[in-house]
Write a protein that binds this ligand. Structure first.
Ligand code: EPU
Length: 339
């Protein structure tokens, strides 16, 4: 039986390193344990918060309820054909460990997403992505515990309604499910995606002519480490904002004023702007206020140098949103969940 403790600091359970406390805190290593805790009459009335890697949360206040750290582990091969293998893992597995496990089995498709912080269970929640690949490109299904009915439900790719850093679990089904297992269809014969300039350059600089998925993973790790702060050293949550998607006519207006603006074609003829560029060019990059600020190498990342509060960082994000609106007429949205 899992132990539920009172008044526990969550500082080591969020990559921002914000020191808030949870009224009640526990861990679960299986669906059975999870069910036992949340159906226990002592805890049934408590507001529930499931924590994975804690890499996408900004705590602005103490958690007045039951915080449960997901520790469901285990990886299994589900099926295999000539071209692909479906592997599934417990949602509490560290995402990067899952990527490395796949690479060690010589299974390809998720190597571009090496070193993204967070857990396997959180990866479909916001359809994480990097360097030209998103979870939705390789995702097969997930199993989730429906809190209200106590039933297990399976969601295939379409049922997750994936979008850019979006899924049904951030919208319609928000707060209703606990993801327990996630499966990916990975390749045996690999199609490397090195189209992202920096990956190609990194591989060339190592004089590798016939790169493997391991080489791509190593290149991604190197690029990320050079640009993004390591949450073990400086509190942060990766990209704090999403890259905004706007329509073409608004884009033309902005481009006339800012000809160097960085943009990419998006779905339905829309244009995705690099929020990092917008924030950088508006003068925010490297700005430090006391013990928090905007990272010096990547303006999309807000950082806690130690001891700052979630509200400080939230207020900074508000200021940035307002400044971007005033400068470019563009509305930024947060990628990070505010609690
Ligand atoms: N840029 C600047 N200044 C900055 C930051 C970026 O001018 O301070 C410019 C860059 O020079 C580049 C463009 O903006 O031309 C895009 O920058 P980058 O390649 O670093 O990617 P991003 O769009 O800022 C997204 C993801 C990252 C992911 C990278 C690489 C989002 C919100 N972020 O960032 O994901 O690692 O692409 O694929 O989509 C995360 O979600 O936590 C995350 C780190």
């Amino acid at each position: 039986m899992s132990i539920i403790r009172d008044n526990i600091s969550l500082k080591n359970h969020n990559t921002f390193g914000i020191d808030v406390s949870a009224k009640l805190f526990g861990e679960f290593t299986s669906i059975e344990e999870l069910k036992n805790i949340i159906t226990d009459k002592n805890y049934q009335q408590e507001k529930l918060l499931i924590i994975g890697g804690g890499s996408n949360i900004l705590f602005t206040k103490n958690v007045n309820g039951l915080a449960l750290h997901n520790q469901v582990k285990g990886i299994e091969v589900i099926e295999e054909d000539d071209n692909s293998v479906v592997i599934a893992g417990g949602s509490g597995i560290v995402w990067h460990d899952f990527v490395l496990h796949a690479i060690n089995l010589n299974l390809g498709g998720i190597e571009n997403m090496s070193l993204i912080p967070g857990s396997l269970g959180a990866s479909p929640m916001q359809n994480i992505g990097a360097y030209g690949v998103e979870v939705k490109d390789r995702f097969e299904w997930l199993d989730a515990y429906h809190i209200k009915s106590g039933e297990m439900h399976r969601f295939d790719n379409a049922a997750c309604e994936f979008g850019y850093r979006e899924s049904i679990f951030k919208r319609k089904n928000k707060g209703q499910y606990i993801i327990t297992k996630v499966a990916f269809r990975l390749t045996k014969k690999h199609q490397l995606n090195t189209s992202y300039g920096a990956i190609e350059k990194e591989i060339e600089s190592l004089n590798i002519t016939d790169p493997t998925i391991k080489d791509v993973s190593n290149a991604v790790i190197k690029i990320r480490a050079s640009k993004l702060p390591d949450p073990k050293k400086i509190g942060n949550s990766g990209s704090f904002f999403k890259n905004p998607v706007i329509d073409n006519s608004s884009f033309e207006v902005i481009k006339a004023k800012f000809p160097k603006i960085v943009s990419y074609p998006a779905e339905n003829g829309k244009i995705k702007l690099a929020a990092g560029w917008l924030i950088d060019q508006a003068g925010w990059k490297g700005k430090t206020i006391g013990n928090y600020g905007v990272h010096k190498n990547q303006a999309l990342v807000l950082v806690n140098y130690g001891g700052s509060s979630g509200s400080d960082i939230y207020n900074l994000s508000e200021e940035i949103i307002q400044s971007i609106k005033e400068t470019y007429g563009v509305s930024l949205e947060r990628e990070v969940n505010i609690l």
